[in-house]
Design a protein around this ligand. Structure first.
Ligand SMILES: [Zn+2]
Length: 320
């Protein structure tokens, strides 16, 4: 399994549920899969740094032939110290990635027979933390950027009164000509000031790209940051039917419908970023021919993601 090259269906990831079920029949098979994902070029002992195939102990630990150190294949991954079988974790990842809209905590709890809602909620949040790759590429080409408001009752217009109780989400969308979208990025921002908006764009859009915005002054500094800035200034009439950024508008509507439909809109402010990550993960892979490919990508990122405690999940500190 080579993580750099394009993974192959039926070899690197299961093609369908039947194959998934056959591959991951027991704990040893799951551990073996995690092992291959984590060390695609061969095992390197985390203690002494020696490259040598370890012994696998009867309890499934990796035993270094050189220093005798033993580690669990799940140490340092999302699955670390879980009391539940890996098989159930794998089923959770399969559910989250194989369904078009993902899974809710309640749905996961029911399907997997998890003892508590809290466990299901925690698992989903741990997986969401693995959905964003820190090294991901920035958007390029033509990119629409706009903000949208999430949560609370709709009062007043865009950037108008009544927006105070809502979360502001910045959205960037690659737009293709003559039509269609590429990838997206989303982030909760504290306000619609230039610092917040331009810092978001700087993080997610490649300098030199064409950035399309409306006439809001918060975007005024874009040219100075090396972007080709194109502004569409609407009339002052404030006609709500007139949409300046159709791409962002469409993505915002889909994302809000997903939040309402799957999660009943029950997303508190500090956790919203993780839901945005999940939406982005799935949206940007929507053209994958196989759902198994999403399973593979999430597993790959899950073994590279430092575990977080329940307390950290509840506190909801989002860092990119
Ligand atoms: Zn060693």
């Amino acid at each position: 399994m080579d993580t750099e090259l394009r993974p192959t269906a039926g070899i690197d990831y299961p093609r369908d549920f039947q194959e998934f079920d056959r591959w991951f029949a027991d704990e040893a098979a799951c551990r073996d899969y995690l092992f291959r994902l984590r060390w695609p070029r061969g095992y390197v002992c985390v203690r002494c740094g020696i490259e040598a195939t370890p012994w696998i102990t009867s309890r499934g630990y990796l035993h270094c032939r050189s220093c005798g150190g033993e580690v669990s294949v799940t140490a340092g991954t999302v699955f670390e110290r879980s009391q539940k079988p890996l098989r159930v974790w794998f089923q959770a990842v399969w559910l989250v990635t194989s369904q078009k809209h993902g899974a809710s905590a309640l749905g996961l709890q029911r399907v997997l027979g998890l003892g508590s809602y809290q466990t299901a909620w925690t698992w989903l949040h741990k997986l969401r933390r693995a959905m964003v790759r820190p090294d991901r590429d920035r958007l390029h080409g033509s990119v629409e950027v706009d903000e949208t408001y999430v949560g609370g009752a709709v009062m007043g217009g865009k950037r108008g009164r009544g927006a105070e109780n809502k979360e502001i989400v910045s959205i960037a969308v690659e737009v293709h000509h003559p039509k269609g979208f590429g990838r997206i990025r989303m982030r909760r921002v504290p306000d619609v000031g230039g610092d917040s908006l331009i810092s978001f764009i700087g993080d997610v859009v490649e300098p030199g790209a064409e950035v399309l915005t409306d006439g809001w002054r918060g975007y005024n500094g874009l040219t100075k940051q090396g972007y080709v800035h194109r502004q569409t200034v609407l009339s002052d009439s404030g006609d709500p039917a007139h949409v300046a950024m159709p791409g962002v508008h469409r993505i915002a509507a889909l994302m809000k419908r997903w939040l309402l439909g799957i999660h009943q809109g029950a997303v508190s402010g500090k956790h919203l970023d993780y839901y945005l990550d999940e939406y982005t993960f799935r949206f940007n892979r929507r053209t994958s021919r196989s759902r198994g490919m999403l399973f593979y990508r999430l597993m790959q990122q899950a073994v590279a993601t430092t575990p977080v405690s329940y307390r950290q999940l509840v506190d909801g500190n989002h860092e990119i």
